[in-house]
Design a protein around this ligand. Structure first.
Ligand SMILES: NC(=O)c1ccc[n+]([C@@H]2O[C@H](COP(=O)([O-])OP(=O)(O)OC[C@H]3O[C@@H](n4cnc5c(N)ncnc54)[C@H](O)[C@@H]3O)[C@@H](O)[C@H]2O)c1
Length: 156
């Protein structure tokens, strides 16, 4: 298992090189598969690493953040950031499989949950008041009763 420090700073050439070096040390072959377990940062970085390692190996997306589960893990866009801006160098490289286990969202920090919800609303062009209330409300994924109660409180 290769881990990268949490945060956007890990989507860098330095981290990409470190990852590729470790993959080669582990005896990477054309038939190897890379499993990207984490949020969008891990998915983008691991996706790009697998696009260029040995001129392309297979990878699987195992997204653990809300944003990664509905957005960044699908579509095959991979990238690292440059000084000039985010996602400026990368490749289109489709994962062989995207496997999203929503149970992983239980440990997601509140801030990330809200960021994912807002991104979801933005993508759908859906920033109606009810949606924004949901994004601002405390964690209650999968708990409709508490959600309705919080909605009533918001309306009062
Ligand atoms: N490739 C695409 O199509 C695409 C689309 C949208 C966004 N993105 C990229 O995705 C990145 C943002 O992704 P993100 O919002 O997932 O951020 P992230 O990967 O930085 O994850 C946010 C934080 O949550 C933590 N985390 C992730 N899953 C967790 C879990 N289950 N429990 C506890 N902590 C967890 C991470 O360690 C990190 O600290 C950006 O770099 C953005 O450019 C890519």
């Amino acid at each position: 298992m290769l881990s990268v420090p949490a945060g956007e700073a890990s989507k860098s050439f330095a981290e990409l090189e470190r990852l590729l070096d470790r993959m080669l040390e582990f005896g990477l072959e054309r038939g190897s598969q890379l499993l990207a377990l984490g949020g969008g940062v891990v998915g983008d970085l691991a996706g790009f690493a697998s696009a260029i390692a040995l001129r392309g190996i297979d990878y699987l997306q195992l997204p653990t953040s809300l944003l990664a589960q509905f957005d960044s893990s699908v579509g095959g866009k991979t990238a690292v950031n440059m000084r000039a801006g985010k996602n400026l160098v990368g490749a289109f490289h489709q994962p062989r499989l995207v496997l999203a286990d929503i149970d992983t969202l239980k440990t997601l920090p509140e801030r990330e949950r809200r960021a994912g919800l807002c991104r979801g609303g933005e993508a759908r062009g859906d920033l109606r008041p009810r949606f924004l209330r949901l994004a601002r409300a405390p964690r209650r994924l999968g708990d409709r009763r508490r959600r309705r109660r919080a909605d009533r409180r918001d309306r009062a």
